[in-house]
Design a protein around this ligand. Structure first.
Ligand SMILES: NC(=O)c1ccc[n+]([C@@H]2O[C@H](COP(=O)([O-])OP(=O)(O)OC[C@H]3O[C@@H](n4cnc5c(N)ncnc54)[C@H](OP(=O)(O)O)[C@@H]3O)[C@@H](O)[C@H]2O)c1
Length: 243
């Protein structure tokens, strides 16, 4: 097996994913820059390569089975293992004006297709390669908005922030993380959920508190934890978030 350390980040053409690719690249990893639009992926890769990083494009739309399957086959052809999978691609498409009870089923389904089912399908497709790593790490981008405990607690920082389809999709990501962590507990693979903080990206908006450079911290930490690191945790900057 080659000793090259390889990381795949989905939705890495911009935002937190792009910055995560940059920071993992700076740590000497080969970074596979996942993007659903090949042109945007190529642009992001060109920028990272200009910085001297070993970045390669990978077209992957996590809401399309065929695209995931093709991407996994492409990576398996090129590499004999994968060390890090960052399930970063995500969308927030809730209609701000709709009440929780009135959010359309189309919004629920579209959100879950990308944020939840896409994450599961991508994980399943790349698990065989992750199993060949000496220390596989899966990082699922959740959000503090996925915390059921905080949503049920009047006065908590997220109590009034009911973006239902997005929030529930991230709660589901948390639940899946715990289930998969149980299966993998006796292997060399660790799987954790990350809250990046409220970050200035297209999804986070301009009012967000963190710069993108800070928003990648938790993903990078969980991608690079040692054998004594957590498995099945829900973290922000090293701190456990209430489920
Ligand atoms: N920003 C925050 O404050 C914040 C807070 C908590 C959690 N998060 C989570 O962090 C992750 C990254 O968010 P961000 O803020 O960096 O958002 P962003 O700037 O909007 O970037 C999202 C990325 O996901 C990609 N994407 C969307 N749907 C996809 C699909 N079906 N297949 C593949 N890629 C897809 C986008 O590609 P296109 O460019 O083609 O659209 C883009 O590259 C998300 O999971 C988000 O929920 C963000």
């Amino acid at each position: 097996m080659s000793t090259e350390r390889i990381a795949l980040i989905t939705g890495a053409n911009k935002g937190i994913g792009f910055e995560t690719a940059r920071q993992l690249g700076q740590k000497g990893m080969t970074v596979l820059v996942g993007a659903r639009d090949p042109a945007k992926g190529a642009e992001a890769v060109a920028e990272l390569r200009k910085e001297g990083l070993d970045a390669r494009p990978l077209t992957i739309d996590v809401s399309r089975s065929e695209s995931i399957r093709k991407a996994a086959a492409e990576v398996a052809k090129e590499f004999d293992h994968l060390d890090v999978l960052i399930n970063n691609a995500g969308i927030m498409i809730d209609d701000d004006d709709a009440k929780v009870s009135e959010q359309t089923l189309q919004t629920w389904r579209e959100t879950f297709d990308t944020n939840f089912f896409g994450l599961i399908e991508t994980t399943q497709a790349f698990l065989p390669l992750l199993r060949k790593s000496e220390a596989g790490r899966i990082v699922n981008l959740s959000s503090i908005l996925g915390s059921i405990t905080l949503h049920a607690q009047p006065g908590s920082p997220v109590y009034d922030n009911k973006v239902p389809a997005y929030n529930v999709s991230k709660s589901a990501v948390n639940a899946y993380t715990v289930q998969l962590a149980y299966e993998l507990k006796d292997t060399q693979i660790k799987v954790n959920a990350a809250h990046p903080g409220w970050v200035k990206t297209e999804l986070g908006g301009e009012g967000a508190r963190l710069e993108v450079s800070e928003g990648a911290t938790t993903s990078v930490q969980l991608a690079t934890i040692g054998a004594d690191g957590p498995n099945g945790a829900y973290k922000h900057n090293g701190e456990q978030i209430p489920w």
